[in-house]
Ligand binder design. Sequence first.
Ligand code: BG6
Length: 513
Amino acid sequence: MSDQAITPNATHAGPCAIVIFGAAGDLTKRLVVPALYNLTTGKLLPERFALIGVDVADLSTDQWRQRLADMMQSFTKGGGEFQTDRIDEAAWKSLATRMTYLRGDFGDDTTFLRLADLLAEQERTAHTDGNVLFYLAVADRHFGQVAEKIAAASLADQQGGKRWRRVIVEKPFGHDYASAKALNARLLKILSEDQIFRIDHFLGKETVQSILATRFANGIFEPIWNRDHIDHVQITAAETIGVERRGRFYEQTGAVRDMVPNHVFQLLTMTAMEPPSSFDPDAVRSRKNDILNAIPPVTIDCAVRGQYAPGTVLGQRVGGYRQEPDVSASSSVETYAALKLEIDTWRWAGVPFYLRTGKRMSKRWTEIAIHFRRAPLSLFKGTDVATMGSNWLILQIQPDEGISLQYQVKRPGQTVTLAPIKMSFAYKDWFPPQPNVGYETLIYDCMIGDASLFQRADMVEAGWRIVQPVIDAWTAQQPADFPNYQAGSAGPAAADRLIAGGGCAWRPMSEKS
Ligand code: BG6
C-alpha cells in the first residue's frame, strides 16, 4: 500500500451554477450526474452551488430528480459505467436538493430568457456569485446554436472578470477538418478561447493523466525517450463492444473519426510531447500541439480499414456490423482502423508510431507500448542465445491500469540462455479504488478554470488535418473486402501486413504478452 494518503487537489472550486443542456439525455444520466455525485461524496463540490437541467422533455424538477435517483440506484445493481454497492443518501440528497429542471427548446430564445431569470434567482438564493458552467450535453448539431443563444441572452458575459462563464463542448467536435474549423470560428465569435472547454473523455482517465507524471517525475525515462533508444511505438485502443444502439451515429462516423483525431491522438501526444516548462495549461497544450503539427498528414498506403463480420466475443456469438440496428446491409463504414505515423522532430525522426483501434475485438485493451532498440548480440556469441528479446515499456490504460517493463534475464542453469520477464506495477495494488466515471476531474477542472485536460482550438484542427487524407480516400473509394475481420479477432490481416512492412508485429492483447 502507498504510504501517502490521496489528497484532493489543493485548489477548491468556488461558488457556481452548472447548467446542463441535454438534461434528459443519456450522457447526463450515465456520466455527468454520477460524476457530480462522486464530487459531492469527495467534498469537492462547492457549498454554494446550483444545478440546472435544460431539455425539451416534459418533466418537472421532481420528475427529473426522480429519474436521476432511479438511475443512481441502478448502479448498485451493476448497471452503467459506475459500479457501487450503495448510494450515500445524504450526499445524493444534498445534490438533488440543489437541482432545478427547466423545460425548453434549445432553438427557442425564450428558453434562454427564462434561464437568465432562473440563474439570477439562483445567484440570490444559492449565492453562486454569478459564476456559471454551461455543459452542452446535446447532439453536436446543436453546439453552435446553443452557444450563440447563450451569448445572445448575455449569459456568456463575464462582466469584466467579476464573474466567470464557461462552456463545456462535448465530442464530436466537427466531422472533418473543415467542419471543426468552422465550429471553432463560430464559437470564437461569441466566446473567448479560455471560456471554451472541449472535452475528450480519455483525458479524464487517471492512467492517461499519469503518463506525464511517469515520464517527467522520474529521471530514468527521459534520457532514453527518443530515437536513439526507441525502435517504434504501438498504441492500441481495442473494444469488445460493437456499435450498440448508435448505428445511426456510427454510419456517419466510423472508427477513424470516432477515435483517432481525439482519443488516440491524446495518448500519442502525451507519449511524444516535449517536457512543458510548467503545468500551466497553455504550456502543456502547446507542447502537445507541437507534436500534432510535426505529424505529416497520413497517406492512404499507411492506413488500413476493417469492418467486423459475425463472430464470438468473450464467449458470446454476435452479429456483424452490417446486421446492427440502423446500419445499412451494404455499409462501407469502418469499425477498425490502423495507421502508421511519423513525427518529424529531432526526438522522433525515423521512429514509426503504429496506431490501431477497433470495435468487437477479442479484448477491451488500451495500451501504449514502447519498443526499445535491441541490445547488440555480440556478448552472447558462442552461447545458446540466438537472438535477443525485446524491451517493452507498457503503459496500460484499461483495463487493469498499470505500467510494466519487459526485459531479459538469464534462465537459471548451467548453460547461458535468456528468458523475457516482466516487472509490473498495478494501480489497484497500491491505491484504493476511487469511485470514478471519468468525468469527475474534467468537471472539477472546469470549475476551477484549469484547461490543461481540454482541447484547444488549434489542437482539434491539427488532429483532423492529420487524418483528413484518409477520410477523403476512404469516402471516395468503397472497400472491396468488407467485412474483413471476425468479431472477437485482433482485426484484419491487412493491419498485420502494415506493421510487418516496418519489420514489427502487433503485440497480442493479453496480460501475458
Ligand atoms: C467514445 C466513442 O468517444 O469513446 C465510442 O464515441 C467509444 O465509440 C468510447 O466506445 C470509448 O471510450 P471508453 O472510455 O469506453 O474507452
